[in-house]
Design a protein around this ligand. Structure first.
Ligand SMILES: [Fe+2]
Length: 292
């Protein structure tokens, strides 16, 4: 991609991620700068803009330039300053009530894959980041699902071509309970709020055309048409493959980080090692197409 007058990037790993320099979101981006951010996101799947200082309204305005906002009804109660397009991600409890979604993302997943139309991108802004003895806590790991797909043996690519998988919030909630994570704040039957959906195991990226592995440890329940044992075995082998270190970028958060990622080309995992030490981020989801 061509650098704009003021913006440039440095890679975060050889395969994945770029830090973008020279962009001040609060000051506003012209179309050339925004095109540079979008192109960098499509080229590198995760982009980092450090030292930002933005209001919820500015985060919404920036996020809308990637596409229309996606709000999932499950989390609408956690919004900062009444801003409907954002969700608070936090472990902070005020007056006995959580102010945000707790333990978010603590299993490998891609945002909204349990929806017919999952989040295309996510924009997360860090306001408070926990530390212990000088060490940053609460890292987020990203893996490249396109690099992982491309590295699969030819026979595995042939085996999974055309397969579809069930992605399930009900399954996700059950997994979270098993590992003692806080369940999402769902009242009533999860399956009524978010019924299971089928998506292709290999998804074609709508912008880049790259093939991406679209099954996740956190949300994928089974592969359609396979016996349970065969489905479990195939999914386990794909999960192991996608987590290989060469595909992974580990983000160490700083206050002021704006991180935008592509939910087709990546999966992510939040490390919940911070206990009650306060952590606060604002999240914007951006709507996308039905995966094909
Ligand atoms: Fe997530």
């Amino acid at each position: 991609m061509q650098a704009t007058k003021a913006a440039s990037t440095t890679p975060l790993t050889p395969l994945l991620g770029a830090e973008i320099h020279g962009i001040d979101i609060d000051a506003g981006l012209d179309e050339e700068q925004m095109a540079f951010v979008r192109d960098s996101l499509h080229a590198r799947s995760v982009v980092l803009l450090r030292n930002q200082d933005i209001s919820p309204q500015k985060q919404v305005a920036f996020s809308k330039r990637f596409g229309p906002p996606l709000r999932v009804s499950l989390f609408t109660q956690y919004k900062p300053e009444g801003v409907d397009e954002l969700t608070v991600v936090s472990n902070i409890v005020k007056n006995g009530k959580p102010i945000g979604v707790m333990d978010a993302g603590a299993l490998w997943h891609t945002d909204g894959s349990y929806l017919q139309r999952p989040d295309m991108y996510t924009v997360l802004y860090a306001l408070e980041i926990p530390h212990l003895n000088g060490k940053v806590l609460g890292d987020t790991l990203f893996t490249s699902t396109s690099a992982a797909y491309e590295a699969l043996p030819a026979e595995t690519k042939a085996r999974i071509a055309g397969l579809r998988a069930v992605n399930s919030l009900t399954h996700h909630v059950a997994l979270r309970r098993k590992v003692n994570l806080k369940a999402p704040p769902v009242t009533g039957n999860v399956g009524d709020v978010a019924p299971d959906v089928e998506h292709p195991v290999v998804r074609v990226h709508p912008n880049t055309g790259r093939k991406c592995l679209f099954v996740t440890e956190g949300h994928t329940k089974s592969i359609v048409g396979l016996e349970p044992a065969e489905s479990d075995e195939l999914l386990a082998s794909l999960y192991e493959h996608v987590k290989r270190p060469e595909f992974v970028y580990r983000h160490k958060w700083r206050v002021g980080d704006v991180l935008a990622w592509d939910n087709c080309a990546t999966q992510h995992l939040a490390i919940t090692d911070y206990g009650d030490t306060p952590r606060l981020l604002h999240r914007a989801g951006i709507a996308g197409p039905v995966p094909v």
